[in-house]
Design a protein around this ligand. Sequence first.
Ligand SMILES: Cc1ncc(COP(=O)(O)O)c(C=O)c1O
Length: 307
Amino acid sequence: MPMNATKFIWFNGELVEWERATVHVMAHALHYGSSIFEGIRAYATPRGPAIFRLQPHIERMVDSARIYRMPLPYTPEQLAMACHEVVRANELTSAYLRPIAYRAFGEISPAPKNTPVEVAVAAIPWGKFLGDDVMERGVDVCVSSWTRPAPNTLPTMAKAGGNYLSSQLIVMEAQLNGYVEGIALDSSGNLSEGSGENLFLIRNGIILTPPLTASVLPGITRDTVITIARQLGYEVREQTIPREALYVADELFFTGTAAEVSPIRSVDGIVVKAGGRGPITAEIANHFFGLFTGETEDQHGWLDYVQ
Ligand SMILES: Cc1ncc(COP(=O)(O)O)c(C=O)c1O
């Protein structure tokens, strides 16, 4: 059994054993990248496992399907229920959830005619993406030689399987060169995002992040962090940011469901002015992680407790 495998996967409306949730080699998605998916975390809280911001994740999945004209055979409510079901059926206390919808086998053609859409939701046990020391110290990253998809090429508002070919090029290159991650620029040469994370910069107490027009995924953690930062009294600006702003930032961090709030220590060998995780990043991260220990009040109903 592969690492992290669980007992059950929700597959086309029912729970099936992990080994039985398989895809045919002639599936449209395998040949043409036609899948859309989500990455969601369930955290262990004092009140049991809670799915973090399930609603916006389901909404983004529905939006991704709309962009690709992919008819989803399940309602948002059914998809949300499926997320609860896989955590419960696998008796997970914390988890990474992976809902996915894809075009299965129909015809050999990019035009998805007579191609059924299949849906699955898997959940695997998953702890931290980066270790505790990294969360303190920050990661060393580079600017990628690969540019994110230009506007009106591949829509980056959709979380689609095919988009992750770009992510693979970015992260493989970065890691071959000894970095943890790469930051990609958009087609204008301004900052976009990491291969699987949104990007934040802090300078003179102001928090900046590239806008959605910079070919970024509208990250749920990005939205969470913007909300938290404003609540803490910080000014947050979504604006076009030049590459060199990375080299003069006081603090830098990534956000993502997997990465959570991950400080960046250096870019292209230039260490951030804070020298590692800076004080504002730490304040936001503590507030964020406090949601799961109960130290931060869940004012927005972000925790969806697994029944
Ligand atoms: C390309 C990309 N950008 C940003 C993110 C962060 O998005 P979220 O916070 O919704 O996980 C992800 C991860 O899902 C991603 O794959």
